[in-house]
Structures are given as structure tokens and as C-alpha cells.
Write a new protein. Structure first.
Length: 255
């Protein structure tokens, strides 16, 4: 049970449910599948190995705070940046359900094959979207083996796993109105130039984040009162040597 900023209690009964259903009921097919999981179960090892202070230390004495800068000046690493971690913990991960062997053809373009025979593939040599310079201009697609369903009013953001630039491929982003649609998509992806080898089963392929559809508008407030109010909030960061955001602001996200 958690407490919101408004002081209201939230129990597990208040949780929204995202439902995944396999595309075929065949038992042999089901035994080969890897269900989507909470993103928190797919935190990469390189993040777990990060030190907390100065890039090489886990000892608080190496924090070396300097509190006379515009920022808090603490010598903390990415490991202590909760917004960075929250993005990787949020939502759900759909992973490769089989080893994917990537080989380069004689002309240098990528090609690949599965070990198992259940993945539907798509390959397009005409790419009409902007893509990074470090990937081959060949669009591959893997069809999900799962239907997905969110509560009324919620869509699903599909995107490259957050903060995972080390993965040997790139996935563009899209939003599906999954409370109405929810049909398996072809996940488009591009192989990084020079990569040849095996992308192991279980490697995160795409991150899925439920988002609520509701009206929004933008407001630019340059009033003196608003600027002063935010300056005071900004200065309050100095009341903690480190972790001010965690101690005063951060809210646990539950998936």
C-alpha cells in the first residue's frame, strides 16, 4: 500500500491491469513463447555495476559536495539519478523469444534467421522514415506473438527500451490505442552497422508503457510570482547534500 501526495491510500485493488494473450492456443506453441514482463525485471547488468559516487566509488565519503554552484555540485553518478532509473523501470518489456543470428551478406547488408520456427518476419529495403546514421537502411519487422489490452482510455507506447543504446539494433516508437485495437504489431527495427552475431533470446526488444488519453494544453507563465516561486523551490535543493529529489519528490511507480 502506498500514499499519494494528496494523502490518499492506494492498494493493489486500485492497480490498472494490462492483459497479454498468446496468438495461438496450441500447447507446443505456448511452450516456446516468452511472455512480456515488468520492465523492472530487465535492468541491464551495466547499470547494476555502476558505482554511486565519482564513477568508481560506493563510499559516501567520495561524494565531495560543492554547494556554491548553480547545481547541487554533488559528485554522484548516474546510479543515483532516479529519473534515469524510473524510465527503465516503467512499463513492460517484450523480449526476443528466440536467438536471432545476424549475418552479413556479400554486399554487406544484414540478414538473419531463427532457431525456432514460429517468428513471422518482415524485410523492407525501401525505408521512408528518418533513421540513425549508425544502422543499416534495411527495415526488419518481427510480429508479436501476443495480443494486448489496456483499460478504457489508455493507450500503449511502444518504444526502444529506454536508456539502452548498447543494444545492437534500433526500434522506432509508436502509440497504439490498445483499449480498442490490441492486435499484434510488426515491431520495426534496424540492425546497427557492423554488428554480426547472435542476439540472445530474452534480450529486450521493445518497451511498452501505458499512457492515459486526456486533454492537455500548454501555458507559458513568465510572471514574476511564478519565477520567484520556482526559484525558491530550486534553492531548497541545498537542504540536502544529495538525494533531495528522492527525499522530497519521488513517487514509486507500480507496474
Amino acid at each position: 500500500m502506498t500514499i499519494t501526495l494528496e494523502g490518499k491510500y492506494l492498494s493493489s485493488l486500485d492497480k490498472k491491469i494490462i492483459k497479454f494473450t498468446p496468438t495461438y492456443p496450441n500447447e507446443e506453441f505456448l511452450s516456446m513463447l516468452t511472455p512480456p514482463v515488468e520492465a523492472s525485471k530487465k535492468i541491464p547488468q551495466w547499470y547494476k555495476d555502476l558505482c554511486s559516487y565519482g564513477g568508481t566509488s560506493t563510499d559516501l565519503k567520495d561524494l565531495m559536495p560543492v554547494n556554491d554552484r548553480s547545481s547541487d555540485g554533488s559528485n554522484v553518478s548516474t546510479k543515483l539519478c532516479l529519473p534515469f532509473l524510473d524510465s527503465m523501470l516503467s512499463g513492460y518489456i517484450y523480449s526476443f523469444e528466440d536467438d536471432l543470428t545476424v549475418e552479413l551478406d556479400s554486399d554487406g547488408s544484414p540478414n538473419f534467421y531463427w532457431t525456432k520456427d514460429f517468428g513471422m518476419m518482415d524485410k523492407r529495403f525501401e525505408v521512408d522514415m528518418a533513421i540513425p546514421d549508425n544502422v543499416y537502411p534495411v527495415q526488419f519487422g518481427i510480429k508479436m506473438n501476443w495480443y494486448y489490452e489496456t483499460p478504457p482510455g489508455y493507450s500503449l507506447l511502444f518504444t526502444h527500451p529506454f536508456n539502452r543504446p548498447e543494444l545492437p539494433f534500433y526500434v522506432p516508437s509508436g502509440i497504439v490505442d490498445s483499449d480498442i485495437w490490441g492486435l499484434p504489431i510488426f515491431i520495426p527495427f534496424f540492425i546497427k552497422k557492423g554488428f554480426e552475431g547472435v542476439i540472445k533470446a530474452g534480450t529486450p526488444l521493445i518497451q511498452m508503457l501505458p499512457i492515459k488519453r486526456e486533454p492537455w494544453s500548454i501555458e507559458i507563465d513568465s510572471s514574476k510570482e511564478s519565477i520567484e516561486r520556482n526559484k525558491i523551490r530550486e534553492e531548497k535543493r541545498r537542504s540536502h547534500i544529495t538525494a533531495h529529489y528522492k527525499k522530497t519528490t519521488w513517487q514509486r511507480k507500480q507496474y
